[in-house]
Design a protein around this ligand. Structure first.
Ligand SMILES: Nc1nc2c(c(=O)[nH]1)N[C@H]1C(S)=C(S)[C@@H](COP(=O)(O)O)O[C@H]1N2
Ligand SMILES: [Mo]
Length: 329
């Protein structure tokens, strides 16, 4: 518990916070805001109430996604099915408000990525598949090409953004790897480079390297994107360069950054956050406004650039695309 103060405030349940000074300071902070309980903090801290929130826009699924001719370079053509007239979040904001704990537990990740080497880079594809391989992001891009998609992105901490990712459908890579019939899940791993990632050394009791997982059918869904760029250019390191996942209907932590390994398995893999707090960050982690986080409501979110408050939609507005994955027989 030595480094508890270095953890984000949302990580440790209040009942388990034993660092007295931290606990008292947070209480005092909440009192100053006139907040009765910690559960209300995420809403009250920005001075907004759920009742005033506008609706986020749902995204209707076409029967099949339109074909788009990908490019090998930036900027890539925008996918017509993901070209909504939403206002994009300001790049200045999304590039300076990130979660990437390998560097820092705070949002100013961009200050700490200077020594992070993202080229050359190798990704190992392994486990229950016919075609295991080691490839570079450049090889994947030259094979699959790039397209741009405007997606909403919703963090479990109740902030959100709308950004144009550049990448390719994860399904293309999965098909190339040829999963065996027994493969039911995919486990993914982030690079572990303690010399280049100051957060790894600073919080040694986290189970590094960061790992995540999806069901194979979730990974194969056309919405699941492997991204190498954002805002029409290669992504800056704080977004998870050189290659990351984007799963827009799940809370942000499922969208693992700086991937070095993709493994096909027959068992549901554990994830980084599930290992730390299973009640708060379960494997599935679909965006759901009706299921509050144990310590705050998930009914609304705050857009990081405008501070506008919106009502969160089931599956983050992508129910038409992925709702069928969660229908009970
Ligand atoms: N390796 C790794 N991937 C990660 C994280 C992380 O700390 N390490 N944070 C996750 C969380 S909590 C969120 S909200 C998103 C943030 O993505 P962004 O910084 O591009 O907005 O990345 C996710 N992927
Ligand atoms: Mo997050």
């Amino acid at each position: 518990m030595a480094n508890i103060i270095t953890r984000p405030s949302w990580y440790i349940p209040e009942s388990r916070v034993t660092a007295e000074r931290f606990f008292l300071n947070r209480r005092k902070f909440l009192r100053q805001l006139g907040v009765a309980g910690a559960g209300a903090m995420s809403l009250s801290a920005i001075g907004c109430r759920e009742g005033t929130a506008a609706d986020a826009a749902p995204v209707a699924a076409p029967k099949t996604l339109a074909a788009v001719t990908p490019s090998k370079s930036f900027p890539a053509p925008r996918h017509p099915d993901f070209n909504p007239d939403w206002k994009l979040s300001e790049e200045e904001m999304t590039a300076t408000y990130n979660n990437f704990y390998e560097f820092t537990l705070n949002k100013d990740v961009h200050r700490y990525v200077g020594n992070f080497q993202t080229d050359p880079w190798s990704i190992e594809i392994t486990g229950l598949c016919e075609n295991p391989m080691k490839v570079s992001p450049q090889e994947l891009v030259s094979e699959f090409g790039l397209e741009e998609r405007v997606y909403r992105f919703r963090c479990v901490e109740a902030w959100a953004m709308v950004v144009p990712w550049t990448g390719f459908q994860f399904s293309k890579l999965i098909e190339k790897a040829k999963p065996k019939a027994e493969a039911k899940f995919i486990r993914m791993l982030t690079a572990s480079k303690p010399e280049e990632m100051p957060g790894v050394k600073r919080v040694p009791d986290y189970p590094w390297p960061y790992f995540e997982g999806l069901r194979l059918d979730e990974a194969m869904n056309p919405l699941t994107l492997v991204a190498t760029g954002i805002y029409g250019k290669p992504m800056a390191k704080q977004y998870g360069a050189p290659i990351r996942l984007v799963v827009p209907w799940k809370y942000g932590y499922k969208s693992i950054k700086s991937i070095v390994k993709i493994e096909f398995t027959d068992k549901q893999p554990k994830t980084f956050w599930e290992t730390l707090q299973p009640q708060e960050y379960p494997f599935e982690s679909n965006v759901d406004p009706k299921v509050p986080h144990p310590r705050w409501s998930q009914a609304t979110h705050r857009m990081i650039d405008t501070n506008a408050r919106e009502r969160t939609l089931p599956l983050n507005g992508y129910a038409d695309h992925v709702g069928h994955l969660y229908k009970r027989a």
